[in-house]
Design a protein around this ligand. Structure first.
Ligand code: IMP
Ligand code: MG
Length: 167
């Protein structure tokens, strides 16, 4: 669906945008494991402002391709985010349940600011209207893999975004 060169070009644009929006600040990236690791690395390398980062792991899908609407924290942050300019980095926003939940959870920990950056956005399936500041690509309602995204834990390492054909 999206070739590697196009993804990298878009990530450079996002990094430029974020670096200029956060000029004079340190940005604290929250990498949502495991899907957003590839995107986060490419993005972080291209930011020209000071960067710190932390990791969080939440469960949304099992091996199914439909959101359960429930979110469970598998690994919480190591450090406090109080007073920090926090940017959540996600691989994809689909129903919006995961990010809506995370945003509320992290807002309660008093960051100075909190915004969301996602590589992919599937707006057709949104049930939870969460405000996403940075979007790499808006895509149609198809199950995609690669660049960190998995199907039953496979395909994360594909260097492009591909489509799983459902039977
Ligand atoms: P949401 O809570 O429905 O917005 O789903 C977000 C999470 O579901 C993402 O972080 C992904 O892990 C997973 N997800 C949603 N759509 C896809 C897809 O097309 N491919 C792979 N994972 C997906
Ligand atoms: Mg994920």
């Amino acid at each position: 669906m999206i070739p590697e060169e196009q993804i990298e070009k878009r990530i450079r644009e996002l990094a430029q945008q974020i670096s200029s929006d956060y000029e004079g600040k340190t940005i604290h990236l929250i990498v949502i494991l495991k899907g957003s690791i590839f995107f986060s690395c490419e993005l972080a390398k291209r930011l020209t402002i000071p960067v710190t980062l932390d990791f969080m792991s939440v469960s949304s899908y099992g091996s199914e391709t439909v959101s359960s609407g429930r979110v469970r924290i598998l690994k919480d942050l190591d450090e406090s985010i109080q007073g920090k300019d926090v940017l959540i980095v996600e691989d994809i926003i689909d129903s919006g349940n995961t990010l809506a939940y995370l945003k509320d959870l992290l807002m309660a920990r008093s960051p100075r600011s909190l915004a969301i950056c996602t590589l992919l956005d599937k707006p057709e399936r949104r049930v939870n209207n969460v405000d996403v500041k940075y979007v790499g690509f808006v895509i149609p309602d198809e199950f995609v893999v690669g660049y960190g995204l998995d199907y039953d834990q496979y395909y994360r390492n594909l260097p492009y975004i591909g489509v799983i054909e459902q039977e």
